[in-house]
Design a binder for this molecule. Sequence first.
Ligand SMILES: CC(C)(COP(=O)(O)OP(=O)(O)OC[C@H]1O[C@@H](n2cnc3c(N)ncnc32)[C@H](O)[C@@H]1OP(=O)(O)O)[C@@H](O)C(=O)NCCC(=O)NCCS
Length: 163
Amino acid sequence: MTSTTPDWRIRRAERRDVLDLLEIENDQFPEPWTRSMLLDEIANTESRRYTVAEERGVIIGYLGVMFVLSDELHVNTIGTRPGHEGRGVASSLLDDAWAQARARGVARATLEVAVSNSRAIALYYRYGFAPVGVRKNYYERTHEDALILWADIPPAPRSGSLG
Ligand SMILES: CC(C)(COP(=O)(O)OP(=O)(O)OC[C@H]1O[C@@H](n2cnc3c(N)ncnc32)[C@H](O)[C@@H]1OP(=O)(O)O)[C@@H](O)C(=O)NCCC(=O)NCCS
């Protein structure tokens, strides 16, 4: 069992974080979101929850989720800053979102992921996601298909380690 004491903290994203989020978007996604898209998402605190992992003043990852109806969570975006992958950053962001979901009585989560994104798919499978279908030609630029994944959010924190 891996015991991790992360050096980062998870907090709500703020407007001032947008350049860091943009940097990670541009590094990590073939179709990065724009500044105004990100600002709109951060500002929409009613149905969205954008969080960042901050380590000694550096944003090393972020997650954006959308609460749909009363009992669904949609993972809009998740990214870890290059050089910080494999440290558990994305996992800790998802753990925080799962805790929030439980607090709101949200029991299910869904997302789309590019079929070739094996790293992200492996992460999602560890969180109980399973494929339910494919959206053909989902990504405008790459024309890649997306897997549609769903997961049940367990009622209590998962036992054991992150890994
Ligand atoms: C997919 C992505 C978000 C994963 O982020 P991450 O911070 O590296 O994820 P984690 O570290 O939590 O978990 C990833 C791996 O690190 C391992 N890990 C977790 N904690 C660890 C630790 N303390 N030390 C070493 N490894 C650890 C996990 O077991 C996991 O193993 P895997 O390589 O077999 O998957 C990141 O690669 C990324 O930003 N990709 C580009 C953007 C993207 O594709 N986003 C998803 C779109 S749907």
